[in-house]
Design a protein around this ligand. Structure first.
Ligand SMILES: [Ca+2]
Ligand SMILES: [Ca+2]
Length: 340
């Protein structure tokens, strides 16, 4: 689903474009069918609306954010009310917002970043990283790649559509599965907007009608009459929209690493489970007795591979949450790995 997974497919697509001489647009010039700025927003308080600069340390609410220049990452660290420490590693932070998303009385954090995905014109170039804080002030993470840029005024994706004081998160994704049969390949597709709720220290997809909108909201787009001609006859077979499983509220499978991870590898090779032999985790929680370590996907450093080696050496149990089949067989996208 993510473009990291589809490098080869994109090479083929670019080759096709090069050969055909067609110049197509991208997600930026296709209608999404929903304007997030018009929705009822959940009020968030701004903590910071500027990059954390190289080697800077920034403290808020007892949490310390440090830019680690050598490894191109930002480390957040804090301590729960029981004295247990927690550490979060992520690539970059451009904005920090806070608010009680789930209504449990504890302030949660919404971090906006560039990346971590790249590579291909379908790639969501931003991401929203959420730390839900439990009653002991320990964080539970959630990462959603985003097409929407951060805004100084607020986070348009964090909404309260039913006005109950609890937030929902609207996440839009883009595909090129044909939705218009009368144009050629890469000339049509879908925008899908899925809605998530924060419940029980997890993220659960909501399906149904809320705030006058049916979710998931699927909007077909096509380049017919612009870049792509109407052929007047069926060219392609319509395919369903890609729906993403972004939920983290239940464990889909439990497994272990089955191979010693290689240097720099972002994927985990696991004992096969539910058709997955390799996984790309967006976030890994390593739940140890004295410390909780959370690693968001970071490209171009060895953080995830080093973590995988530690999990391999300890034969840690891995709970997989939010599992979607990958573009290629047996390699799955996993929203959250909880390792013990
Ligand atoms: Ca909360
Ligand atoms: Ca709500």
């Amino acid at each position: 689903m993510f473009c990291l997974m589809a490098t080869s497919a994109w090479r083929l697509a670019l080759l096709f474009l090069g050969l055909s001489g067609i110049i197509l647009g991208s997600w930026a010039d296709t209608p999404r069918g929903i304007d997030l700025t018009k929705l009822r927003h959940f009020p968030l308080e701004k903590v910071r609306a500027a990059d954390i600069e190289h080697e800077e340390t920034f403290t808020f609410d007892g949490i310390t954010a440090t830019d680690l220049r050598e490894t191109n990452e930002v480390r957040l660290s804090g301590r729960g009310t029981t004295g247990r420490t927690w550490v979060v590693y992520l690539r970059y932070i451009s904005h920090i917002w806070k608010g009680d998303l789930d209504g449990n009385g504890q302030t949660d954090y919404v971090l906006y970043s560039n990346g971590p995905l790249m590579n291909g014109s379908r790639t969501p170039v931003f991401s929203i990283s959420i730390l839900l804080m439990d009653q002991e002030r320990m964080p539970v993470p959630f990462l959603a790649p985003m097409y929407d840029p951060p805004e100084a005024a607020g986070v348009p994706n964090v909404v309260d559509l039913d006005n109950d004081g609890r937030a929902e998160l609207a996440v839009s994704t883009y595909d090129e599965n044909p939705s218009d049969p009368k144009v050629g390949p890469l000339c049509s597709g879908h925008w899908v907007t899925q809605l998530y709720r924060f419940e029980g220290m997890a993220v659960r997809e909501f399906r149904g009608r809320l705030g006058g909108i049916n979710f998931p909201l699927i909007h077909n787009w096509t380049y017919r009459e612009t870049e792509c001609a109407d052929s007047g006859q069926p060219e392609t077979q319509i395919q369903p929209a890609q729906l993403r499983d972004g939920s983290t509220d239940r464990t889909y499978a439990t497994t272990t690493l089955s191979e010693q991870p290689s240097d720099g590898a972002q994927e985990f090779v696991i004992a096969p489970v539910n058709g997955c032999h390799e996984i790309w985790p967006l976030v890994v929680v390593w739940d140890q007795k004295t410390e909780l370590t959370i690693t968001f996907m970071i490209l171009y450093n060895d953080r995830m591979a080093g973590l995988a080696r530690s999990l391999w050496e300890r034969r840690s149990r891995l709970d997989l949450r939010g599992v979607s089949p990958g573009v290629f067989s047996e390699r799955c996208n996993v929203n959250l790995v909880w390792a013990r």
